[in-house]
Ligand binder design. Structure first.
Ligand SMILES: O=C(O)COP(=O)(O)O
Ligand SMILES: [Mg+2]
Length: 226
């Protein structure tokens, strides 16, 4: 039986419920552009593929877009200004996150974050949530030239931690996480909350489901055997 060598985490929708602040920033950007605000429930469906995709989807008013609206670049600059202002107004850790990370750390497991969020937000958010100390490796949406579901960010994190990717557990909430874990060869553990993007995102996938990060910490030693 193989042992877990490291645990990698998605950020938005897995460790931090950031949707309320992302919604505020999206709606301030839309207001700048004389457009109507979007309800948080809609914005939740658009999170998971990075800030640029979020902004493009908000401009289009839908998740599936064939091509990016022409104004995306300008709107993204406005979104960056607003999200910087409201980054940690309402964002909170999901229940069990801190206790779970503490337990995993106590087991001696190296931990990392692999997120599609741009680095200019990832680092201050982790600091503000008092999580930075847990993660010697953080790969953001703009650390490399590609993002999840491309496997490269997960492979990069595993290599930075000096562990084989097949011995890594990746904990995530979305379709992009599923794609990245499968393509990289990491074991996907899914949380049932967060922003899956589409309800069918995990249909038919043999992922492990953990209700909370502190439960995962209890199960981690047997996870490859389960
Ligand atoms: O920026 C996003 O779209 C979401 O980031 P995540 O990869 O941490 O879920
Ligand atoms: Mg996520």
């Amino acid at each position: 039986m193989q042992n877990v060598a490291a645990v990698l985490f998605d950020l938005d929708g897995t460790l931090v419920d950031s949707a309320p602040d992302l919604t505020t920033a999206v709606n301030r950007m839309l207001a700048d552009r004389q457009r109507s605000p979007m309800p948080e429930a809609r914005v939740r469906e658009w999170i998971g593929n990075g800030a640029r995709k979020l902004v493009a989807r908000a401009l289009a008013g839908q998740r599936h877009i064939a091509s990016e609206p022409a104004e995306t670049e300008d709107a993204l600059a406005q979104f960056f200004v607003h999200y910087t202002d409201c980054l940690v107004d309402k964002s909170v850790l999901y229940p069990g996150v801190r206790a779970g990370l503490e337990r995993l750390k106590a087991l001696g497991l190296p931990l990392g974050v692999v997120t599609n969020k741009p680095g200019r937000f990832t680092d201050p958010l982790l600091k503000a949530m008092d999580l930075a100390e847990f993660f010697p490796v953080v790969v953001s949406g703009d650390t490399l030239t590609v993002r999840k579901p491309d496997p490269a960010p997960l492979l990069h994190a595993a290599s930075a931690l000096n562990v084989p990717i097949e011995h890594c557990v990746y904990v995530g909430d979305s379709l992009a996480d599923r794609g990245a874990a499968d393509a990289a060869g990491a074991l996907l553990v899914r949380v049932p909350y967060g922003y899956p993007g589409e309800e069918s995102a995990f249909a038919g996938h043999p992922q492990r489901l953990t209700m909370r990060v502190d439960e995962l910490a209890e199960q981690i030693n047997g996870i490859f055997a389960a």
